[in-house]
Ligand binder design. Structure first.
Ligand code: NAD
Length: 727
């Protein structure tokens, strides 16, 4: 009642599409972000224009204070990346000038002649958190999260955060938050002083208004707080030298040479430390603009936008598919155990079936181990972990299968065994139940041939380890129904994974484009390259590991098998015409990490993880398949001979509609095999090099065979100058 009366007396002073300003009956004004027709608030050009106008209006109202709030579940999720990505095409000076203009808005809020407070009710990220930093005080809901994700896009906080935050929480805390790019909960935010109070969600508004009252009553010195944010950073010279020296070493080592933004954030804070707000903001605009123009920012923003494509599609699948309320997994091995855990962890009860008691015990103990780790990290309480474990039901029979919506088959990789198991499962489940196989190499259509309801069947290809790897390939066969595809894609998203929908073909998408890279590598070794030197070049290129090391991690036997499947699937370009390094390792039973030796030897390190050790015996083993001995290849040749086949095969997948979009193909590579994110994916990498240059490079290696033969679509793109990701 009181609430309604108050509302009736409030007066709307500014009413935009994104921002509303009300003069409250109490004499305080409220600037509320409430973007019409959308679920979240974000900063695009219109929201910024409205914020500028509403701030001017607030100044003219001369209220007793201003509370900045949100009418959505999130406070403000950040800047509209789609819009700002286009802006990054401008000159450095143009970007810096635009940013300086935007910063005038936030400085105008900071300079309002009355106390101000932000009521952070939900996600306040990037520009959203920077909005909150422009006010004098911040009250945060215990359910909210704040942080600066900008470095993950290759840039630094541009709306004043890099200036205000260190002045508020100290340079050391600011460096830690900004360079890590993480989200932070309310307790962490209060601890460093990023916010002034945390309260239960339903008390937020009252607490923010109370803060203004106290500021007006003189209990809080809002002018001193404001002066602190506008002044130089208070650090004595020795403290400053220590803080920045340590930060540069630590941040540089963590980010690595390919990711310049975190280091630039540190130097920006350092160089701005001796300046007042406006001086430091000018430096921030300069540094932001320099980073925004780098190919790294272009690629990282591209990765982000690709991910948005996947999320939008997953949402649409969610509407078209059926909800999976209960799942079952057949085979409790490495993959089946992981898939069961992931279902339970994300709230889907799961029946886990195997034929061996020991396998079930192993599956349950693995799940228990993962849950215990989450308890250790404070992400779950022991009770929650116990409850989750209780939703995995290990069994040796099909008792509960009648009531499940989805069964994921993860038994051994044998077409014969899988066909028998799938037919058996189909007889046990209801007519609507979807059946998915986690096969990594067997044709979905071949497996579907033994089923009575092939429309309910498809592939759901998880990667190892399931709880960590973000990708799932949803592989549809000739007969898979649209509803089955939608159900499985939506369920993969519900499991926290990025689903990409792929048409059935040998290798699906990820292995199909990875193995031509290995084939290029095998030829390079045959021609005399040193596998250790090649690993170094490709690691320096940005891969998490070079190809020989990757073979050891995948398992040489698995790789040998998939190589064979692809050779049969694409004989024109992947047929093997010589004995290669993988054959040698396979025959020598050096299967990689799992057998203690492959291309390298492995010994447990202090944490029990396998440590890679150079092994000269590998040179001796490889000598017979390196008939001309070993010699040096320049890094450009190494990179080209490995990367070109991968680019070409990805282009083929797009031509053949194995994946629908370039965005999905690149997500598959980044999330499935660790393609360097700062290069965006094989197709964005091709865009960056330029298709004409790629064709020249292909011509240079034409003598190596059809693996280096560009597609017609690539030739057409070179002729027309078109891109996979048009600017
Ligand atoms: P695994 O050998 O660890 O586990 C297979 C499990 O299936 C064993 O526990 C076995 O007892 C069980 N099993 C065998 N026959 C069964 C039956 N008739 N009914 C029920 N259970 C039965 O194998 P994995 O590595 O977990 O691989 C499983 C599947 O996942 C394979 O198709 C594999 O190609 C695929 N895959 C594996 C990886 C990987 O890196 N391991 C990655 C992606 C996909």
């Amino acid at each position: 009642m009181v609430e309604r009366m108050t509302a009736a007396q409030d007066e709307i002073a500014y009413d935009g599409r994104c921002v509303r300003l009300r003069q409250l009956a109490s004499g305080v004004a409220e600037l509320c972000f409430d973007r019409q027709g959308e679920a979240v608030n974000k900063f695009d050009a219109q929201a910024l224009d409205e914020l500028r106008a509403a701030t001017g209006k607030a100044a003219s109202l001369a209220p007793r204070g201003l509370v900045v709030s949100s009418a959505k579940t999130a406070f403000i999720v950040g800047a509209d990346i789609t819009e700002f990505h286009r802006l990054f095409l401008e000159s450095e000076a143009g970007i810096a000038a635009w940013l300086a203009d935007v910063n005038e808005i936030f400085s105008a809020i900071e300079d309002l002649p009355f106390p101000t407070v932000a009521a952070i009710n939900g996600f306040a990220l990037g520009g959203g958190f920077e909005m909150a930093l422009a006010t004098d005080y911040r009250v945060m809901s215990t359910a909210a999260k704040v942080g600066f994700p900008e470095v993950k896009l290759g840039i630094i906080p541009g709306f004043g955060g890099i200036v205000r935050f260190p002045r508020l929480v100290g340079a050391d805390n600011a460096v830690e938050w900004i360079a890590a790019g993480m989200h932070n909960g309310a307790d962490a935010a209060l601890k460093v002083g990023a916010v002034d109070a945390i309260v239960d969600p339903d008390k937020l508004r009252a607490a923010a208004l109370r803060m203004l009252e106290l500021a007006n009553a003189g209990s809080f010195d809002w002018k001193a707080r404001r002066a602190q944010k506008k002044a130089r950073l208070m650090l004595d010279p020795i403290e400053a030298a220590m803080t920045f020296q340590t930060a540069l070493g630590f941040v540089g080592a963590k980010a690595g040479e390919h990711y310049p933004a975190p280091l630039r954030a540190v130097t920006c804070i350092q160089q701005g430390a001796g300046k007042d707000r406006d001086g430091a903001l000018a430096l921030a605009c300069r540094d932001f603009a320099a980073l925004a123009r780098t190919p790294v920012a272009d690629a990282l923003v591209g990765v982000f936008l690709n991910d948005q494509v996947i999320k939008r599609k997953a949402k649409a699948y969610g509407q078209a598919g059926r909800h999976v309320a209960r799942a079952a997994v057949v085979g409790a091995g490495i993959m089946g155990g992981g898939i069961s855990y992931q279902n339970a962890r994300k709230g889907t009860p799961v029946v886990m079936k195997d034929i061996a008691d020991e396998a079930l015990e192993l599956g349950m103990s693995e799940a228990n181990k993962l849950l215990s780790k989450e308890v250790e990290r404070g992400r779950l309480t022991p009770d929650q972990a116990g409850h989750i474990l209780g939703t995995i039901r290990p069994t040796l029979n099909y008792g509960d299968f009648k009531t499940v919506d989805l069964v994921v088959e993860a038994v051994v990789e044998s077409a014969k065994v899988k066909k028998a198991v799938l037919a058996e499962v189909e007889a046990e489940v209801g007519p609507e139940t979807i059946l998915a196989t986690n096969t990594s190499s067997i044709s979905i259509d071949e497996l579907a041939s033994v089923l009575k309801r092939p429309e309910n069947f498809l592939g759901m290809h998880f990667f190892n380890p399931v709880h960590r790897m973000p990708l799932v390939e949803v592989v549809y066969g000739e007969k898979s129904s649209k509803q089955a595809i939608a159900t499985v894609a939506a369920h993969a998203a519900a499991l926290g994974k990025s689903p990409i929908v792929v048409r059935n073909c040998p290798g699906f998408l990820v292995n199909r484009v990875l193995f031509p890279y290995f084939a290029g590598w095998a030829m390079l070794l045959r021609d005399g390259a040193d596998f250790v030197a090649v690993d170094k070049v490709m690691h320096d290129f940005g891969w998490p590991m070079g190809p020989a090391y990757l073979q050891d991690v995948i398992g040489v036997d698995t790789s040998h098998h998939v190589e064979d499947v692809l050779a049969k699937g694409y004989p024109d370009r992947m047929n093997k015409t010589f004995k290669d390094a993988i054959d040698v390792m396979y025959e020598a039973k050096r299967l990689g990490q799992k057998s203690g030796a492959g291309f390298y030897r492995y010994e447990p390190d202090d944490h029990g993880k396998p440590k890679k050790i150079f092994d000269s015996a590998t040179y001796e083993l490889l000598a017979p398949v390196q008939p001309d001995g070993r010699h040096d290849f320049g890094s450009e040749e190494v990179i080209d001979r490995l990367m070109l086949p991968m680019i070409i095969e990805t282009a083929r997948c797009l031509d053949e509609k194995v994946v629908e979009t370039a965005a999905e193909a690149d997500v598959g590579l980044v999330c499935g095999i660790g393609f360097p994110p700062f290069r965006g994916g094989a197709l964005r990498y091709a865009d960056a090099i330029g298709m004409r240059v790629i064709l020249d490079k292909c011509a240079r290696y034409a003598g190596l065979g059809p693996l280096y033969e560009p597609t017609d679509s690539m030739k057409a793109m070179a002729a027309s100058g078109s891109l996979y990701f048009p600017k």
